[in-house]
Design a protein around this ligand. Sequence first.
Ligand SMILES: Nc1ncnc2c1ncn2[C@@H]1O[C@H](COP(=O)(O)OP(=O)(O)OP(=O)(O)O)[C@@H](O)[C@H]1O
Ligand SMILES: [Mg+2]
Length: 241
Amino acid sequence: MAADTANKVLEVEDINVYYGAIHAIKDVSFEVHEGEIVALIGANGAGKSTTLKTLSGLLRSSTGSIEFMGEDIMHVPADKLVERGLAHVPEGRRVFAQMSVEENLEMGAYTRPNSEIAPGLERVYAHFPRLKERRRQVAGTLSGGEQQMLAMGRALMSAPKLLMLDEPSMGLAPILIEQIFQIVKDLHAAGTTILLVEQNAQMALSIASRAYVMETGHVTLSGTGDELLHNDDVRRAYLGG
Ligand SMILES: Nc1ncnc2c1ncn2[C@@H]1O[C@H](COP(=O)(O)OP(=O)(O)OP(=O)(O)O)[C@@H](O)[C@H]1O
Ligand SMILES: [Mg+2]
């Protein structure tokens, strides 16, 4: 492995994804290094969720390449990708509504040996004390913020090498958005590499190591979180001036 690829967790090159005649992702390239929080920001319909779905094997690119931990994953089935350490918390925080919080978390460890369930639960509960308090509660009765925490906690149970979060702050009150972003920062500080999709550009850029801006299927800009926070085009388009 060449020195400059040694710490690349993800390398995406020139992918294109279609929904029938709709060309949703156009020649998209980006990379994520170990220990980074990389943000993908952009308006509604820019192609952010499509990008994550393609990385996690739910959609396929007709071109280019996707490497995860140095291996080509273009044709690897989605469940095998979870096993390899690629975790995706989709938009809309789907939880198993009829199951308890703890049962949901245990489901997240289905790719792991049984002996890792108890330590996994401890780790998740350390990041999300609220989930510990509510571990016997049926997931469908959790608040929106708690369901987001559960969806993130469930993904963490797979011991991911890359955690992909699709709009974790969507639809939450400002105080909960602060909490969710704090947890993302804590997970990062504890060693998790994160690919974060967000419409809340201000918050995302303020915690991102690096970020990419997507517009109508293209990556149009990239830089450190700080550079993009102070970029005039980004300020006008995504940060209200
Ligand atoms: N299942 C689908 N069938 C057809 N078109 C789709 C489908 N899913 C997404 N698209 C289209 O692909 C484009 C990219 O959608 P995508 O969901 O990736 O955007 P996004 O950046 O995640 O937007 P948002 O911020 O609103 O979640 C949009 O034009 C969308 O209408
Ligand atoms: Mg989306």
